[in-house]
Design a protein around this ligand. Sequence first.
Ligand code: FAD
Length: 444
Amino acid sequence: MKIIIIGGVAAGMSAAAKASRIDKNAEIVIYEKTEIVSWGACGLPYYVGNFYEDPNNMIARPVEKFIEAGMNIKIKHEVIGIDIEKKEITIKNLVTGEIFKDNYDKLMVATGAHAIMPPIKNLSAKGVYTLKDYTDGIILKEEMMKEEIQDIIVVGAGYIGIEVVEAAKHLGKRSVRLIQLGERVLLESFDKEITDVMEEEIRAHEGVELHLEEAVQEIIEKDGKVVGIKTNKGEYKADLVVISTGVRPNTAFLKETGIEMLPNGALIIDEFGKTSIDSIYSAGDCATVYHRVRKENVYIPLATTANKIGRIVGENLAGKNTPFAGTLGSAAIKVEAGRTGITENEAIKMGINYKTVFVKDKNQTNYYPGREDIFVKLIYNADTRVLLGAQIAGKKGAVLRVDSLATAIYSELTVDEIGMMDFCYAPPFARTWDVMNVAGNVAK
Ligand code: FAD
């Protein structure tokens, strides 16, 4: 049995590690076009913001260690084509330029995604960056640390954009503008009640300006270097611009194969991680994921699912038949907010009979120092009262509460059960009736 894995990060290396443990006789080859494998892009914003100094902290295990352990990893090798009939891939050695072929019995595509570059004039000007790859992080930090770089503009208010704002403020930059085309930050992931709280928190940072419903049209450059930007509403000075307007799957090299994809290029996989071609599996940012509440394949590129489905694909490449139970799209951001399940907008699109509840409460007792507001929104089925979605925002204790509600959604608990759930309590952490109990009980 020969298994080839394309891409050596969260999904690819999870699969390789699992498959090699289960089938000790399988020949596994991993092709990775960069020179590092098994690292966490989630650490990039904190590296750029100098919350820690050594970029190697993002690397879970150096490539040499994998090779020492017997893994056949070919770094600086890019897969440029696949012949499905012959079960053959074409690879380019990025050091020597040599092009060669390799054959597989089973193949996994774990090629991740790349940053989308929106149609803005002069994007190639010096001083315009993205934050996706390891080298992006190294270059962006080097620039951001420079004393003369003081006015930062971030285009796109998704998770990464907001984290870059946080990084720039942590570095003490004079001004940071976050420019968002949509009417709210994190438009797709959170509902308005919660993004209102997050927007207030973002604006509370001194020197941070949030521009909503504004379209960046042009990078203003002087001698090839960015000096500002032009939008449909005005012009602003900038020493550095970060584009964070989403990602798109790295699957262009598979276009001619007929393999089924979503319109954005995400490979459609079943619960076993298998694509529409029998011997080809996929997982991570280049693939769809089955949504447990929406009951359909969706594109939600997160490290959590890349690791989990990657591991499941590893089992299945090694001959098992393990299914993935589905994502809830659970995610968090440091401003601080978390979400799980479906949003109200998604409930509307699904056409279900739903209700919502939104409560503002306190995260803990009044007499212990550090009491803060906390905001909870629940989305539930109006007929069955089963919880479908939850979002929590607040300065302290918001994010990890979301995990309890993710478990509740997974287990199809009702809001009434959540109202009486035995959540833990001690004065520094909660109140006797935790905010989640309160939300469950307020749900009528
Ligand atoms: P990737 O990590 O993109 O790896 C794919 C690999 O395939 C790459 O190394 C690439 O070089 C290689 N490759 C691509 N094409 C080829 C080819 N043709 N031949 C050979 N090799 C190829 N997720 C969370 O859950 N929580 C977070 O807090 C979070 N924060 C993030 C912050 C940032 C700044 C970024 C960029 C992402 C963040 N994510 C977060 C998302 C998370 O990093 C990704 O979901 C995860 O890395 C996906 O893993 P993957 O293995 O699918 O793809």
